[in-house]
Design a protein around this ligand. Structure first.
Ligand code: BG6
Ligand code: MG
Length: 214
């Protein structure tokens, strides 16, 4: 019996991928190479530090650890400037409605995100209080596909992993949920999220009835 839903943030609740992309592209351009929207797909669900490593590899650029840290911080200041201007109308279709439906039905809700900026985003779009637990990049040490973020979410909610459904748009995130012994609803394309139990185009397609069929 499903007792809780755990949601990824970027790409499931809000579409922040575009802001990540703009900030990384600005950094790449400053370093003298381009970074395309196609390249950006590789960064979904990936940590800030790992994202930078991937971008430097794309540009064929090598940087020492100290400078990598500076570059990641610079990108983040640009990103934070953009998400600081987010408004509630940037919540993806159906996300807020499904969170409310879960809580009305007595299900627990948690956030399970790799982002260290999740609190600011939730605050800006005004849905912080719809989560019973928030586990993000500040609380975990192992990145998705390691299940740590979702296992911690289940523990904070006081439920078993087998009683949780995870909602994820990234391949690594879907794998993290499955590695944690949870049901996973992929948000995106079935051809991409092959390990998910079901794949939907968005939370606007999700219903409470679907939960118990997983
Ligand atoms: C994930 C995003 O949710 O968070 C990644 O999909 C991002 O693109 C990662 O790199 C870390 O985010 P932040 O906000 O801590 O840089
Ligand atoms: Mg995501």
């Amino acid at each position: 019996k499903i007792k809780a839903c755990i949601f990824d943030l970027d790409g499931v609740i809000v579409d922040t991928a575009v802001y990540h992309y703009q900030a990384w592209k600005r950094l790449a351009n400053q370093l003298g190479f381009d970074f395309t929207e196609h390249d950006n797909e590789q960064l979904k669900g990936v940590s800030r530090v790992r994202s930078l490593e991937i971008i430097l590899a794309i540009g064929g650029v090598t940087k020492a650890e100290a400078e990598r840290e500076e570059l990641a911080t610079l990108k983040n200041t640009w990103y934070v400037d953009m998400i600081g201007k987010m408004t509630p109308d940037e919540i993806l279709p159906g996300a807020k409605e499904f969170l409310i439906a879960c809580r009305d039905a007595g299900l627990k809700t948690a956030l399970g995100s790799a982002s260290k900026n999740s609190m600011m985003i939730l605050d800006k779009v005004g849905i912080t209080d719809l989560f019973d637990a928030i586990v993000d990049g500040n609380k975990v040490s192992a990145a998705k596909p390691d299940p740590e973020v979702f296992i911690k979410g289940a523990a904070e909610l006081g439920v078993e992993p087998s009683e949780c459904v995870v909602f994820e748009d990234a391949i690594a995130g879907v794998e993290a949920g499955k590695n944690g012994g949870m049901k996973v609803v992929g948000i995106g394309q079935p051809e991409v999220l092959t390990k998910a139990d079901i794949v939907l185009t968005g939370l606007d397609k999700m219903t409470l009835d679907l939960l118990d069929t997983l």
